[in-house]
Design a protein around this ligand. Sequence first.
Ligand code: ZN
Length: 442
Amino acid sequence: MQAVILAGGKGTRLAERLGPLPKPLVGVCGVPLLERQLLQLRANGVTEVVILVNHAADRIERFVEGFLVTHDGLSVTTVDDGAPRGTSGALLSVLDRLQERFLVVYGDTLFEIDVARFGDAHRRSGADATLFLHPNDHPHDSDLVETGEDGFVIRFHPKPHPEGAALPNLVNAAFYMVERAALLRWRDFPEPSDFGRDLFPAMLAAGQRLFGYNSFEYIKDLGTPARLDKVEDHLRRGVVARAARGRRQRCVFLDRDGTLNRPRGHVARPEDLVLIPGAAEAVRRLNEAEFRVALVTNQPVLARGECTEEGMRAIHARLDMELGRAGAWLDRAYLCPHHPDAGFPGEVPALKVACTCRKPEPGLILRAAEELNADLARSWMIGDTTSDMLAARRAGVRGILVRTGEGGRDGRYEAPPEHVADDLAAAVGLILAQDVRRESAA
Ligand SMILES: [Zn+2]
């Protein structure tokens, strides 16, 4: 497999840490970033790397010569593209040197990503390019990407966003798998050009297919002193290693209505969604404690025709923004659109089925667990109904019933919870207290 590293950046914002070094050679816990990238790529089965250099090209070339003397298993070439062309401009200028399919890596990111799995998802999707996406703790001032039910990109939302806009918290992490054939027609694209702001939106407008790969794995740019400090702190504390795809993840599965937000009949419009006090901060505490957080919610409003998929996307975008305001995010959201009983006016017949995902069935939790590589024995479900508690039991995770919403008064199933808590904030407090005890006992 081939990878291209875009290493032409000047690193102006990082100047105080760089001294005479170009940005890709900045020390990260004592090891040059480019060395970390090359080793990470090699460990993931990449055999050939093309490094696009421009600023301080000779220094990077000398570094690569030294690297190749002491490391084998990787063929590395540097190409000086002659002028600052922007991220996609630089790549388009060397298309002839690239293989049919290649990985694009930015020279200012530290990442630990299962490249084989990323590549498999790309191939299965049949997309022209696949973008690594993830939620972050500041969606309001991030370039956001909106995907449809099938995972393909529908729209790009570059910052700044209109005041009060409800947008999904999904950010382009600048890590791509690209089909060379899909780029041939863009050779004469105006320079300088950027993947996220120029080329990908143009490809989308031209009908090319971009797939969004959503993952919790670690990738961060360290283009400013503050970000570099954060990444170094994460490396030292083991945050990066613990977010590896192959590590079993502690997860918290969250019900929506009555647990995160106030129940108000059925939530059918974005403005119906109002968070329970303390809920967003509670989710942020889970994020900070490195729990992966997945929403698992029954939404029979879809089957009953009271809300469309587009409408549900808008509701979840509002949820993302409300959480984002507190620096919190959901790693994933899964919903069951089904409802077993027919006979509602305006219903959607295709969704009127008995399924395996409607809680108390464990289908949603198990699907989330699979995609998040959950360690079920160390994971939790928090919800306000006996149906949530039975789903938790069936999935093999511990259940915490909250007294908000239904507060278990639905009484439909016999499924005593592991704990009862006043609200989501209290439930998260219980989880974190147990987790600390477990960690210190281990
Ligand atoms: Zn279902």
